[in-house]
Write a protein that binds this ligand. Sequence first.
Ligand SMILES: [Zn+2]
Length: 223
Amino acid sequence: MELTAIRRVRASDEVYRSLRQAILTAVFQPGERLQVEDIAAKLGVSPTPVKSAIQQLSTEGLVEVRPRSGTFVAQLTAVDIRETAQIRCALECLAAELAVVRITEEELHRLKEILLRLAQPVDDETKRHHHEKDNTEFHQLLIQFSGNARLIEMYESLNAHLQIARAHGRNADWQQRLGPEAAEHSEIFSALAARDSARLSMALRKHILRAGEDLSQSLSVES
Ligand SMILES: [Zn+2]
């Protein structure tokens, strides 16, 4: 009994990871219908783990379950990206305001390490994947260093980085954005290290809105 239960959990975890990856890399396109039976057959599993993976993905906002209609990969429009960037901006600026007075040298050091990794050249898919992860972590740490649990929770539920990863997955010339991105990240770090709240807010605003604008434009061009 117990062994069966464990195997079932692991199957749904694996199905979840594989479906999530397919959505983030646009193997499954936004708006595409997901057929439980087809996916189960392709992955060589029963429908049960596929259903539970879809449930999990819908909590993350990556999948839309429409009753009596079907299950679809969530749409991601230029407006979605722009709106999310605006809220992200407000949350990160608030986090920065709180973090600036309480951040420790050790926490600054953790951010610095990520910055150094982000400065590495990105010339293949694996490095690009790591770059995305580091970028996400940089911003998540900023939020974490605010020490405000509700803020951290709101930021998580915004799913900004999932949306961004999906947009990146569809956009070929994302490499061109690396230049401004590196300069913006290092300005954010310098302002934080100098504990200059006004400068930090300005740097974050500029970075997040610029990135949001770039992404929503690249989506408009494609669709
Ligand atoms: Zn960033």
